[in-house]
Each structure stands twice: as C-alpha cells, then as structure tokens.
Design a protein around this ligand. Structure first.
Ligand code: UDP
Ligand code: MG
Length: 333
C-alpha cells in the first residue's frame, strides 16, 4: 500500500446532515497543505443515509476512504478502527460534526514538522455547551487527575495529530476498553499543545447524554486507576478503628453506670452504614470484574462490514448492494 503522509480519521454516527459540509470544508484545507493525504470516514453503524452520502462524496474525492462497521460500536471503537486502517505518517482524528475546525490541522502539521510526535489541540473555549456539561467535564478531569498517575491533558478531546511511531505504539495496546484520551497520554512521546476554539455542533444532536458520559467517565477511571478498588482497605480500617474506640467507650460506660437496654438507634445506624459501605465496595469490585470479563473474552474490538478505498478490499466495495439508503448494521439482525 503506498503510504500517504497524512491520514485524517473521522468517526460518524448519524451524521447525514454534516457529511457534505464536513467533506467540503476539510478537502480544501488538506489540499492547501501540499502533502499526500487520505480521509478515512468510519461509518459507525449509522441508521440514516450517512454511508450513502459518503459514497457519493467518494465519487468526487478519491482520497476519501470509507470504513463501514457492522453496527454501532461507539465513538472510541470507531476511532480505533479508523486508526488501524490509516496508513499515513501522521494521523489526525477529528469529529465529523465540525466541532473541531479542520483549519486547525495546518497548525498541527506545522508543529509536527518541527519535531513533535503528538500535537494535541486544547479547547480554549467550549461554545454551545451548557454550564452543567462544562461543570461535569471539569469535575471529571479533576477526579481523573487525582486518581491516575499519568497526566491526562484537560479540555482536550481526541482531536490531535499523532506521528506513525505513536500510532504503532497505540495499536500495540491490546485492551478492549478504549479510553482514547488516557491511552494517548499513556504512550508519552514528545507532546505539545496548541489552542483552538471549539465550535458548536454544525447540525444534528450529540449522542452523549449524561448516562453515557457517566459510563465514559467510569471507563476512564477504571482503565487508568485502581484507587477506587484499593481505597476500601483504608475506609475499612477507619471504620474498624472507630468501632474499636466505640467498643472501648461502651465497656467503660457499662463498668461505670451499668448496662442499659436502649441502643436501638445507634445499632441501626451502624448496621445501615456498614451495609451501605459493603454494597458500594461490592459495586466497585463489580465494575472492575466486569471489565476483566470483557477483556478475557477477547472478542474483536469491531467488525468491518464494508471498506471502500483500501486496495484489495476495493473490489468488494463496487458491489451495487453497498450503495443506497438501506440502513446498515444496528437493526437487531
Ligand atoms: N460518534 C460515533 N459513534 C457514536 C457516537 C458518536 O462515531 O456512537 C461520532 C460522531 O459522529 C462525531 C463524534 O463521534 O463525529 C463526536 O460525537 P458527538 O458530537 O456526538 O460528541 P461530542 O462532540 O458531544 O463529544
Ligand atoms: Mg460533537
């Protein structure tokens, strides 16, 4: 496969309303860079006509390559798939909803040329996001920062440039829980940041509701920290110490004033408190065991249904059945 210099990877889930704008905006930017490039669009099991629109765009721009996954695997996995298929000397993941302005790629490439392996784009502002989203995001970054040893840059999404060396290192990480921000930081290399203004979504709605964000946060914390698992030793120690002191106090009191029957309230409090702590602990252990279980099963991270533009797979791509508005994947087949 002839290697290109730059691969841009865009995961897309129901981005029908954004596909054309995205392609029309990013292609001229890349053309101006004066290097060879490919744009890999990963159709993450969209239910709308994202794939059909991509195929139409591909007829106009042959540098557009399309990877269509068998169902919706989620953004992190879609991104991993795209990065696996990328052949560029540098890889840039970018959101397809134009929240990451393609023009910034020029700056990323400039910093890469000056010798950095990873150039991440940090948000100077978050337009079009509610205060609650901003607050929870910053709380999450603070907690993550406390719990993990690797510094994960704040206000930084997946939008960045990675050198081939970094990409190869990433691809060698076998884990199935792909918390990309953390993995990107974990691999290290020479990193630098540039600032940009994050635009509001061009069209459509974000698929990240708070439940999904919460689970994303859990993934991030459990993948990069065992503190939640170990902290219970200390909680247990503290509670035992307290119980011991309380027992000593009771003994002394009984010796001085004799025994009294009342004590129902304090007993209930202690029972409920300990019961609660034990359930929380079990839950935390469960979070980790659940993830161990998914890792151990060793299922492939994603399944590709069709690929367009990747050499020998090209032939399969020409099948007319591939074109058309039929929904791909997600329906429970
Ligand atoms: N995305 C995806 N699979 C999903 C959800 C999202 O590939 O299951 C893509 C989506 O099409 C977009 C990017 O991931 O290109 C970021 O998604 P979104 O804009 O919903 O997230 P946000 O910008 O709110 O973090
Ligand atoms: Mg977005």
């Amino acid at each position: 496969m002839p290697r290109v210099e730059l691969s841009v990877v865009a995961p897309m889930y129901n981005e029908s309303a954004n596909v054309d704008r995205f392609v029309d905006r990013i292609i001229p930017v890349l053309d101006r860079l004066g290097l060879s490039y490919e744009v890999i669009c990963v159709n993450d099991g969209s239910r709308d006509d994202t794939l059909a629109r991509l195929l139409a765009q591909r007829r106009r721009h042959p540098s557009l390559k399309i990877l269509s996954l068998a169902r919706n695997f989620g953004k992190e996995v879609a991104l991993t798939a795209g990065i696996d298929y990328a052949s560029g000397q540098a890889v840039v993941p970018i959101d397809a909803d134009l929240q990451d302005p393609p023009e910034v790629i020029a700056e990323l490439v400039a910093a890469w040329r000056s010798g950095y392996d990873v150039v991440y784009a940090t948000r100077r502002s978050r337009q079009g996001e509610s205060w609650l989203k901003r607050f929870t995001a910053s709380a999450f970054y603070r907690v993550l920062d406390r719990l993990t040893e690797i510094p994960i840059p704040r206000n930084t999404g997946d939008f960045r440039l990675m050198d081939r060396r970094v990409v190869d290192a990433l691809r060698n990480l076998p884990e199935r829980t792909r918390f990309m921000k953390g993995l990107f930081a974990w691999v290290g290399f020479r990193q630098t940041a540039i600032l940009y203004d994050r635009a509001p979504r061009h069209a459509g709605r974000t698929t990240w509701n708070y439940w999904r964000l919460w689970n994303f946060a859990l993934d991030g914390i459990t993948s990069f920290s065992t503190v939640p698992l170990r902290v219970w030793t200390y909680v247990g120690l503290a509670v035992s110490l307290f119980a011991f002191l309380f027992a000593a106090f009771l003994v002394v009191r009984t010796l001085l004033y004799g025994s009294d029957v009342p004590g129902y309230a304090s007993l209930m409090v202690v029972i409920l408190f300990l019961g609660g702590i034990q359930l929380i602990t079990l839950g935390v252990i469960g979070e980790y065991i659940g993830r161990i279980y998914t890792e151990v099963k060793g299922r492939p991270l994603y399944l590709v249904r069709e690929a367009f533009g990747f050499d020998e797979r090209e032939a399969a791509a020409q099948r007319p059945a591939a074109v058309g508005p039929a929904p791909v994947g997600t329906t429970g087949r």
